[in-house]
Design a protein around this ligand. Structure first.
Ligand code: AMP
Length: 113
């Protein structure tokens, strides 16, 4: 989608610190990290939020969870533990309207979600 920030990152039009790219997903560091490790995982296909996950192919849906786990392992937070979260819609304060998973770790995280 032409006016989507994350689509521009995926296309390489806007720079990002990419960690991993595979199976239709890209992982890159959050520009404003809320934890020592804060990585965003996005599908290359533009999907607004988890509410629209049916717009991903079956293959993409199957790859999504394992890809997130691979990103956490690659970031070195697997043994210590990490949080995976996604915001959908205004009550969740979703800012970027392209499905993304926050992968947070590297320290004891706050109890609030
Ligand atoms: P959300 O509130 O779930 O939509 O989260 C959007 C996330 O995108 C926030 O954590 C932002 O810090 C992050 N973000 C915004 N712009 C960029 C960017 N250019 N590169 C990396 N992360 C970004």
């Amino acid at each position: 989608m032409s006016d989507c920030l994350f689509c521009k990152i995926i296309a390489g039009e806007i720079p990002a610190n990419v960690v991993l790219r595979d199976h239709g997903f890209v992982a890159f560091h959050d520009i404003n990290p809320k934890a020592p490790v804060h990585i965003l995982v996005v599908p290359e296909r533009h999907v607004v939020s988890i509410a629209d996950v049916a717009e991903l192919s079956e293959t993409e849906r199957a790859a999504m969870g394992p890809f997130i786990a691979r990103v956490a392992a690659a970031a070195g937070v697997e043994s210590g533990g990490y949080r995976v979260a996604t915001n959908a819609g205004p009550n969740a304060r979703q800012e970027i309207m392209h499905l993304h998973w926050h992968v947070l770790g590297g320290a004891l995280l706050s109890q609030s979600m």
